[in-house]
Design a protein around this ligand. Structure first.
Ligand code: SF4
Length: 323
């Protein structure tokens, strides 16, 4: 019997990742290489390497960027101190922060202004969490599990507002929000369905996929939060679940006694890597490939105004704009 390979729908790139990559590519067209990107534009080595070959330079600190060089902030967002440092250095900045991450920053500022004590549900050290905590001029308590709620050093009548990292497990986030409501008397915050359509859709799709698969392969980077969550959902659903960078990560041993393999990809993993996983599976066994029914996404985020029109090679403008 051929191995059944079943693809999740949706999987792979979300609108925020497409926009961030477009921003780097169009900035390279408009301003010529090099353009400097603070942090990996999205958490995927293949995407980063491809842009690097086109002339993008990835740095972790603005001090590594020469005076006057085009500077792009990654999709995860940055703290205000980073924006301020760029402004003081008069770096021409293009901000590739995903609009849904910016929405979290705006919510956080609004709640802080209304006098509520802020709780951020997220993972310490993640670039998006560092950015969000640095975008709100008010103390923020970072928690990641329901057990963290009782440990918050706050009286139960403290008016609380929560915001969240966009790429968490939807179910885990819901549990933390429920724990906040159970512990505190006055809690405000967005419903989990409002946080990120892409995270929600990919997690729903992987759950459906795990129901009909003997084994799950998630294509994505080990530092990609949303890819890790997809793999964890496969495990929670009781099937062996693996996270691979690309087809080279597929181990033939996994396929012994397996009739069907579900394949999905994190929001920062390009389609070509899913193709490489399918090719790897085909090199081990004969396969059939089908796609599960699921949500068809048609969300697009607009580019920054300065990059909306494409530049013909003959009309490359040397002038850089600060936005
Ligand atoms: Fe934006 Fe959601 Fe994609 Fe993150 S996963 S870049 S928040 S659309």
């Amino acid at each position: 019997m051929p191995l059944q390979v079943i693809l999740a729908q949706p999987r792979g790139f979300c609108a925020g990742v497409v926009r961030a990559i477009d921003i780097v590519e169009r900035a390279l067209e408009r301003y010529s290489a090099p353009v400097y990107v603070r942090h990996e534009i999205v958490h995927n080595r293949h995407v980063v390497d491809k842009l690097r070959r086109k002339g993008a330079v990835f740095v972790e600190d603005l001090s590594e960027i020469p005076t006057g060089a085009t500077t792009i902030f990654s999709a995860h967002g940055v703290a205000r101190t980073v924006e301020e440092e760029a402004r003081l250095r008069e770096l021409p900045v293009i901000d590739a922060t995903c609009p849904l991450v910016t929405k979290v920053h705006i919510q956080g500022r609004r709640y802080a202004k209304s006098g509520r004590t802020l709780v951020l549900i997220g993972h310490a050290g993640h670039a998006e969490v560092i950015g969000t905590m640095g975008q709100v001029d008010a103390p923020m308590h970072l928690i990641s599990t329901p057990d963290d709620v009782a440990a918050l050093p706050l009286p139960i009548d403290t008016p609380i507002a929560y915001v969240t990292q966009t790429t968490l497990s939807v179910d885990d986030t819901r549990s933390v929000i429920e724990a906040l409501h159970a512990h505190f008397e006055d809690v405000e915050g967005p419903d989990v369905s409002e946080i990120c359509y892409a995270t929600q859709n990919r997690q729903t799709a992987v759950r459906d996929l795990a129901r009909v698969s003997d084994l799950l392969i998630v294509v994505g980077a080990t530092n990609s939060s949303n890819s890790n969550r997809l793999r964890e959902i496969g495990e929670e659903m009781g099937i062996p679940s693996y996270l691979v960078d690309d087809g080279d990560g597929v181990d033939p041993e996994w396929l012994h006694g397996i009739a069907s393999v579900g394949v999905t990809a994190g929001a920062s993993a390009p389609d070509e890597l899913v193709d490489s996983v399918i090719a790897a599976l085909r090199s081990i066994r004969s396969i059939t490939v089908s796609k599960l029914d699921g949500v068809e996404e048609n969300i697009e985020f607009s580019l920054p105004a300065v990059l909306r029109t494409r530049v013909a090679a003959s009309e490359m403008a040397p002038e850089q704009e600060q936005i």
